[in-house]
Design a protein. Structure first.
Length: 328
């Protein structure tokens, strides 16, 4: 731990940083019991009295560890097991004893977190040793809760067995039907629409509708105004989801890696399902796909057979990119 911290400035983008945040920054210094540290704060003159008062009176901020919750502890513990830093129950106990929850005497037994991991198939225990399964490795590698990964392993085969992967509602259902804490807040009308779409494809939905609604909106192309911020967050993060899905595909031999690749392109670029056949073109952009769609082309297989039309009406950038991708 650092025994000296220098905090430079008390303004962020022209706005005063709350004194409680500066107290928290200072608290990163000399955190071990009994240690003393030195904190230097360089601040605007007008801000100094309030900052000094915050240190004298305390920030009033109560920090409590969430690691006493076995579900939260399991989320962090699975990575330690997957990467070989924890291999026995004894080492799991020592790891938990170093947490803030333990210092606050609020930590649960490591067995509780391990029970969560074994119940969802993320960890197995044999001959006294702990080992992560493919579910645990995917969860640790892609920073998802093992419960989510286990749910995806159960959900995707239901979609594939019923040949529903071309239905956006089924795809959104597979991702969001996990019983995990909701990531997104969406308008009631969006949730109702998503629930109706899931009912129409005959899939059982047991979770809340926020994440599913956002996936539906992202897969549908241009999102509604009220959903744009959430869809933007998902599009920035979709690579992590696709990597997790492909990890499960590899472990379970679904043979759907190409589907997940196209799914990632669709979400990232806002390509509707009817134009999915163009997502396999290397280097394609949403604008190029729109160009091809205006020519009546909806599949990469149609490119070479309509090359004269593309050369005659397509933009120079589109033609160059298609040639780089091996067409023409």
């Amino acid at each position: 731990m650092a025994d000296r911290i220098v905090i430079v400035g008390s303004r962020r983008a022209g706005t005063r940083v709350p004194p409680s945040e500066i107290v928290q920054m200072a608290g990163r210094c000399a955190r071990r019991p009994g240690e003393r540290g030195h904190v230097t704060i360089i601040a605007e003159l007008d801000d100094i009295p309030e900052i000094r008062s915050a240190f004298q009176e305390g920030s009033g901020m109560v920090v409590e560890s969430t690691m006493s919750n076995p579900e939260v502890a399991a989320f962090h513990l699975v990575a330690e097991i997957a990467y070989g830093r924890i291999s026995t129950r004894d080492s799991a106990t020592k790891w938990l004893d170093r947490s803030l929850a333990a210092l606050q005497a609020r930590s649960g037994a490591p067995g509780d977190a391990l029970d969560v991991l074994t119940a969802c198939g993320a960890v197995v225990e044999a001959h006294g040793f702990l080992e992560a399964t493919h579910i645990g490795r995917v969860a640790a590698g892609m920073y998802f809760h093992p419960h989510e990964v286990r749910s995806w392993q159960e959900n995707w085969p239901q979609v594939f067995e019923r040949d529903l992967e071309s239905y956006d509602a089924a795809v959104a259902w597979a991702v969001s039907n996990t019983n995990m804490k909701e990531r997104f807040r969406v308008p009631p009308e969006a949730s109702a629409e998503f629930s109706s779409e899931v009912d129409a494809v005959g899939l059982p939905y047991s979770s809340s509708c926020g994440l599913g609604s956002v996936w539906m909106s992202a897969l549908g192309g241009e999102p509604q105004k009220c959903m744009r911020a959430s869809v933007s967050c998902l599009r920035a993060d979709v690579g992590r989801y696709v990597s997790a899905f492909k990890g499960l595909d590899n472990a379970n031999k679904w043979g759907m890696s190409a589907f997940f690749e196209r799914l990632g392109v669709r979400v990232a670029k806002g390509i509707p399902s009817e134009l999915e056949g163009l997502c396999s073109i290397s280097g394609v952009t949403k604008g190029m796909i729109s160009e091809l769609a205006e020519m009546g082309l909806i599949s990469a297989d149609e490119i070479n057979g309509n090359w004269d039309i593309i050369r005659g009406t397509g933009s120079d950038l589109l033609i160059r990119k298609l040639m780089e991708a091996g067409f023409g």
